[in-house]
Design a binder for this molecule. Sequence first.
Ligand code: ARG
Length: 488
Amino acid sequence: MHKKDYFPDSEDQHIEIDASPANRTSPKKLWGGAFSEGPDEDLNRLNASLPFDQKLVLEDIEGSMAHATMLGAQGIIPREEAEAMVTELKRMHAEAQAGKLVLDLADEDIHMNIERELIRRLGPVGGKLHTARSRNDQVALDMHLYVKRQSARMIEFVRETVSALIALSEAHIDTVMPGYTHLKRAQPVSLAHHLLAYGWMLERDKKRFEAAYRAADRSPLGAGALSGTTFPINPAQTAALLGLAETYPNSMDAVSNRDFVLDFMYAATVTMIHLSRLSEEIILWASDEFQFVTLPDAYATGSSMMPQKKNPDLFELIRGKSGRVTGHLMGLLMVMKGLPLTYNKDLQEDKEGLFDTVETLEAIFLVLPKALRGLVFHRERMRDAVRESYALATELADFLAQKGVPFREAHHIVGGLVKRAMAEGKRLDALSEEIYREAHPLFTDEVYSLLDPETAIRRRMSAGGTGRTSIETQLAALKSALQLSDRN
Ligand code: ARG
């Protein structure tokens, strides 16, 4: 069977749950042989992961299809029986994709559920599926498949967001704004330069998701419960059938490794931190105090009480949700810390935080690029914010330094001019030529042409600076790093 057969477009995973009381109170266990009484009802509830690991239904069935195929190919079970299982599993996969596979909540987890359903449909032959396999390598496999798939999606989401930032940047190469340090107007920059800083952060996020993708691109199947198996399995075949690049050299590592989940969650966390910083800036820029930007109506919200309000809820939510995504990463790190080898039920705690991380990023990425493209920046207002400030003072110090005055001395002289201008309530370009010459004989009327935001930006031609050439270089480099076409 070709690996494509295992990965039909499995994007949506809507599953109907049979949560009827009858189902909830009739636990069906596949492991009760050595037990003389069934588990306590409350323990059952605590122990069960089906309410959340049903998200892995497609991955679980895909893993079983590959495993059954390998069992048949290796002669571990008769080939016809393997084929019968694969055929039925394929049917279940299609049903799950269509949201029609009914999961019985009485089962402990998705693995038990799928196996029991297969046995119900095929009879005792279905009971051969779990030959040479444990839920320990099975759940590890499901998680690898899930993280690999989600990493690929996140890379796409990141690309779409960068694409929106690039479109905005291209429209705003000549938009001047104050660049800030300590949230004080420092030096003028191009808005494109400011936005592209976020583009580069996201470019690194893409690399982090690629690293998570590679870490998840490995099959733990064949590790069994922890030590391997007595059956003549072929782990490389199951890996190949699932499109996974490698297998694990050590079965104990295979069942207890969750590094790839941490890698994904770290990538997600850093991404959220970047989006949170961007959101904070947009919130500030949209404030009545800044008025640098107006949010598109479709991506702003109103107040139930104050009719004049247009609120940046979207960006506040991104800022707020960065906390829970970070929390999920911390949570899993704490689960892993101090875990002895190999499988421990603690590992079941790897799921809810991961799923919530995926859902949170997905919800944000579905809306953020559209909202960014709709931002309306107020060029005059941003330019005035430069002109009304002393953000061009560095130009004057650089002027003297270029003429040979030690920069430290130049800095001091211009500091005096700023002090004087502030005391007189004037801008730097309102000080007379005499005042400049008094401050230093090397000052000429050339200073006035330097006290212009556009000129200040144009003259910053250093690599990576805010000058036009650097911005154009950045746009080309970012597009090529993200494999984005020239048209945005
Ligand atoms: N639901 C379990 C998990 O998510 C599956 C593995 C159970 N294995 C076991 N030995 N109890 O981790």
